[in-house]
Write a protein that binds this ligand. Sequence first.
Ligand code: 6PG
Length: 240
Amino acid sequence: MSPNVHVFEDPRGLVEAAAKAFAEVAERSVREKRRFAVALAGGSTPKALYELLATEYRDALAWSKLHAFFSDERCVPPDHEDSNYRMAYLALLSRVPVGSVRRMRGELDPPRAAALYEEELKAFFGGPPSFDLILLGIGEDGHTASLFPQSPALEVRNRFVVESPVDKLRTPRLTLTIPAINSARKVAFLVAGEGKAEALKEILEGAADPHDYPTKLVRPSNGPDWFVDRAAASFLSGPT
Ligand code: 6PG
């Protein structure tokens, strides 16, 4: 198994290790650049990470240097129960004194919201985005962020944020594109539960077309890190 795949007995172990890695990247980024730019993910495992960071790391991080962005968003208002911003706000961003929060505006017309977020990224980074850390989850269908199988969003190379209509879901999404994700210094996937085992096996070891498993397109220069629980890793070859 790749050295970048870290397997833990249960979701709690995964989240604790991810929090430690988050703190290390934050510390290094602040030391080197005097700021830490992180893109947060939606999903249940990231939520557990945010809650842990808000409590056990409350006094351990230079929160004022943290600038929070989002890797994707559902096209709903920020107070909607499906909003990734709302989840991250309640679990973390309202509980620690972060430097800034830049959310994707799910309440706007999706193409306009995507264009506005792209402008916001370029203004913050002074050009193409280069996140210090991007957190991601995967879906049972192989999606990551809101890059779904066979979506036209997978082909986009000249934009950093796009709208991503998803037929099987109620609402369209906004998402970082593959170029925005792959230019990050570190990408960390959080994957828990047996429901993810088949997709994870295909993503890490299978030969299927990346357009059917968009997570395969995530290839930052030093490779993503995988924080995985034993149930999700159960189909992987090699010692777990
Ligand atoms: C979202 C996502 C999505 C998510 C995965 C995993 O907004 O839903 O950002 O890509 O990370 O679907 O979600 P779970 O951790 O809940 O399984």
